[in-house]
Design a protein around this ligand. Structure first.
Ligand SMILES: NC(=O)C1=CN([C@@H]2O[C@H](COP(=O)(O)OP(=O)(O)OC[C@H]3O[C@@H](n4cnc5c(N)ncnc54)[C@H](O)[C@@H]3O)[C@@H](O)[C@H]2O)C=CC1
Ligand SMILES: O=C(O)CCC(=O)C(=O)O
Length: 528
């Protein structure tokens, strides 16, 4: 059988060598197709290989009737609609390791460029201006580099910065003081890191949580004269806030490889002399491009030859007969994980999942992976899937335990997820009600009955008259409609829980006011 492979972004020719050696692979490289042309063309192809320029949208995937695999020659898969790929049974593979060095080196080059005004001085010289006074820089030695996101690239940048005799302080939800000490770097919260640093570099993926995490509030915390670097993803830094911070003199310079909208030719940030920029070149080296193209090419060959792939991003590899039995529980298990980690607001150190009733005696490993995915997604985003969830948990030193009991406490089936974080242990149980779908039935031992869907508020409070009324009227003042309300308590006048489902996301202002009520011990807004 011959497979048709479409390469729609510029990939290294040496890198695709493994593919060209396969007799049954027909390779077409077309790197200037418009989205419409691509949608027309994709119908005939079994594999699509891209970098970051091609937008692999739901619409494109839905037209790709023969598509089996999408290969992303790079790390970020934010240009690929993973849900759509999964729904259409298309596996996505990437090359997470191949461009780490290049991205770290580019980051260091950018740090050096802004610290010594190299692009600006070069530009002036090209324009026949010999100006030594204007381009006095600062040394890196003894300056503090704040690294936000200490994954593959963040670690490499931190190591290189230490070589420049910089002090490094990092924030990553998975970083502990012990790990930081081992690496010889400082450890702090996001706020601590940005307020201590002379240079700040971000290396997180672009997620709901990281979008605009470097915003006007963060700039307020920073030292005057700080330098900002983004070689990760446009959108992690709020570009409008950065512009204002540069104009006000708070930020001395910014080095940007990535932007909220790409590509572009005019950008207001580039009108500022303090900004140096490159057009998303972090991974653009001969070495990185060859390695990432080789890595995805090999995975494409493996997959089309029915072998296991090395870097799956979205594949649920489950035997069909097992899948048929456990499929109805998938939504429940992921939602329980997502609910619980939102409730804790912290990263998990241990995850215990127990299955009972009808789930006793059934292969539940795929549900465990799915629950862990729900938990990890909060910090790792869409790169976590059923295939890599346990691997990523292990990499982040999170212990995952699975157990089964025949007793289901009155339910025909029950999944209980318990998470240990640095502040303690929290627990949630859910069941699949015949014909009615998933329900959360216990939260930290309190009984509730809530569909895990939409906008929720979980309130821990003291059981006393008037609290429910207070909550109701406060939400009414914020024009928040309560759809359902569940209340349970430990004992009369003791600790109690209130679980609300509401018609829209609870904004920070209302959340703060609720938390300020004396009778209320904890308020968490959860959006599932
Ligand atoms: N400019 C370019 O050409 C390139 C850009 N990239 C981008 O660099 C980024 C990082 O890549 P890798 O290091 O390979 O990924 P990684 O997955 O190894 O590291 C990301 C780290 O960010 C952390 N993180 C997640 N949420 C966070 C938060 N709210 N605050 C602080 N840290 C948080 C994660 O815990 C993880 O340790 C990605 O967005 C990737 O797409 C990667 C290669 C080239
Ligand atoms: O393909 C490229 O050059 C972009 C690399 C990148 O941003 C990534 O790997 O996430």
């Amino acid at each position: 059988m011959t497979f048709n492979i479409l390469i729609s972004d510029q990939l290294s020719e040496e890198g695709i060598y493994p593919l060209t050696q396969e007799e049954n692979m027909n390779i077409v490289m077309e790197t200037a197709l418009s989205p419409e042309e691509l949608e027309e063309k994709i119908v005939d192809f079994d594999a699509l290989l891209v970098r970051s320029s091609t937008q692999v949208t739901r619409s494109l995937i839905s037209k790709a009737k023969n598509l089996k695999i999408i290969g992303r020659a790079g790390v970020g898969v934010d240009n690929i609609d993973l849900d759509a790929a999964t729904e259409h049974g298309v596996i996505v593979v990437n090359a997470p390791n191949g461009n780490t060095n290049s991205a770290a080196e580019h980051t260091m080059a950018m740090i050096m460029a802004i610290s010594r005004n190299i692009p600006q001085a070069y530009h002036a010289l090209k324009n026949h201006q010999w100006d030594r006074k204007k381009y006095v820089g600062v040394e890196l030695k003894d300056k503090t580099l704040g690294v936000v996101g200490l994954g593959r690239i963040g670690v490499e940048v931190a190591t290189r910065a230490k070589g420049q005799r910089m002090n490094v302080v990092a924030y990553d939800p998975f970083l502990t003081p012990e790990k930081a000490e081992k690496m010889g770097i400082g450890y702090g919260s996001f706020e601590e890191v940005v307020s201590q640093a002379d240079f700040i570099t971000v290396h997180t993926p672009l997620l709901k949580e990281t979008r605009h995490m470097v915003n006007a509030d963060a700039f307020q915390l920073m030292k005057t004269g700080v330098f900002i670097v983004n070689c990760a993803r446009g959108g992690i830094i709020d570009e409008d806030a950065l512009y204002d911070a540069i104009v006000s003199g708070k930020v001395a310079g910014a080095a940007l490889d990535v932007f909220e909208e790409e590509p572009f030719v005019d950008h207001k940030l580039l009108e500022l002399p303090e900004v140096v920029a490159t057009p998303h070149l972090g991974a653009s080296t001969i070495e990185a491009q060859e390695t990432v193209a080789v890595d995805v090419s090999r995975d494409v060959i493996r997959y089309l030859n029915n072998d296991l792939v090395k870097n799956p991003v979205n594949l649920p590899s489950v035997a069909r007969d097992v899948m048929t039995v456990i499929e109805p529980y998938f939504n429940l298990s992921e939602k329980l994980g997502a609910f619980l980690i939102d409730l804790t607001k912290e990263v998990a150190e241990e995850i215990n999942i127990s299955y009972s009733g009808d789930l006793y005696g059934i292969e539940v490993a795929p549900l465990t992976r799915n629950t862990v995915k729900g938990i990890l997604k909060r910090h790792l985003g869409s790169s976590v899937n059923d295939v890599n969830a346990l691997y990523l948990a292990e990499k982040k030193d999170i212990t995952v335990r699975e157990s089964k009991t025949s007793a289901a406490k009155g339910f025909t089936n029950l999944i209980t997820v318990q998470v240990k974080t640095k502040s303690g242990v929290r627990k949630v149980s859910g069941t699949l009600l015949n014909g009615l779908g998933p329900r959360i039935v216990k939260v930290d031992g309190y009984s509730v009955d809530v569909t895990p869907k939409g906008h929720m508020v979980v309130i821990q409070h003291i059981d006393q008259p008037g609290v429910i009324g207070l909550v109701g009227s406060l939400l009414a003042r914020h024009d928040v409609n309560i759809a359902t309300m569940q209340v349970d308590r430990s004992d009369v006048g003791g600790k109690a829980i209130m679980m609300l489902t509401i018609d829209r996301h609870l904004e920070d202002k209302a959340l703060k006011e609720l938390s300020g009520l004396e009778e209320i011990k904890e308020v968490v807004a959860i959006d599932l």
